[in-house]
Design a protein around this ligand. Structure first.
Ligand code: F6R
Length: 241
């Protein structure tokens, strides 16, 4: 793992956006794996600035998001679909047909997951995947468990995740209890991975990921087996390393 530590969120975002910029400049039809949550927002702002400055062109880029809540229609203001359009897609020249986000209200959720895997494969696999990390070490919504889930699947969210995400809803009861998520196998097949973590709340998970054993109880620990991972941290998230 290549670990970079920066002073603040803006520097982190610039470093992460530089990796994305290099990827799309080198391969204009790149397949990007995208995340939601607070962590990538500043990186997306940097990508929007680079697009507006004429540096980046997203017209041929394809995207696949990591996850989506079960039961939220895409028009719901807390769906990850809404998040992505608000924080990135509405501001760049990506084509709608190149955007892929799991449908959390599909009639057959298992079929939705199988189709998603197939779509990623048909696109040639993910060239560059951005990840955040949960306080409990989850990546995408692969929660701590007894085994690593291979492919896209339905998960029941841990209470710690519901508590962490209730800030986006009126209260914890409104946070969906299930989600669809890429599996650990799906993520590990990406050619390159960038994981970003900010703040003290991530310090323990980062320390366990870097220094601890590889275990499904800390899903992010599997990333040590990937050959091209860049971890970008602020000083607080790196404080226990
Ligand atoms: C979001 C996702 C999650 C988040 C993680 C951290 O698509 O896959 O794993 O990356 O929960 O969330 P934030 O960035 O809000 O701390």
């Amino acid at each position: 793992m290549n670990i970079l530590v920066y002073k603040n969120s803006e520097q982190i975002a610039k470093a992460a956006a530089a990796i994305f910029a290099a990827q799309t400049l080198e391969k204009p039809d790149s397949v990007l794996g995208l995340a939601t949550g607070s962590t990538p927002i500043n990186t997306y702002l940097q990508l929007i600035d680079l697009y507006k400055a004429g540096v980046l062109d997203f017209s041929k880029v394809k995207t696949f998001n990591l996850d989506e809540y079960v039961g939220l229609d895409k028009s719901h203001n807390q769906s990850y679909y809404s998040f992505m359009y608000e924080n990135l897609f509405n501001h760049i020249n990506i084509s709608e047909e190149n955007v892929h986000i799991l449908n959390g209200i599909a009639d057959d959720l298992d079929e939705e997951c199988e189709n998603y895997e197939q779509l990623i494969e048909n696109a040639g696999g993910i060239d560059l995947q951005i990840l955040g990390v949960g306080n409990n070490g989850h990546i995408a919504f692969n929660e701590p468990s007894d085994s690593f889930a291979q492919s896209t699947h339905i998960v029941t969210l841990k209470d710690s995740t519901i508590q962490a995400n209730k800030r986006f809803f009126n209260n914890a009861d409104e946070v969906p209890k299930q989600a669809l998520t890429m599996g650990i196998g799906t993520i590990m097949k990406s050619s390159k991975i960038v994981l970003i973590a900010e703040s003290q709340s991530k310090a323990q998970a980062i320390s366990d990921m870097v220094n601890g054993n590889i275990t499904p109880q800390l899903p992010a620990s599997i990333l040590k087996l990937h050959s091209n991972v860049t971890v970008i941290l602020d000083e607080a998230a790196a404080s226990l390393l």
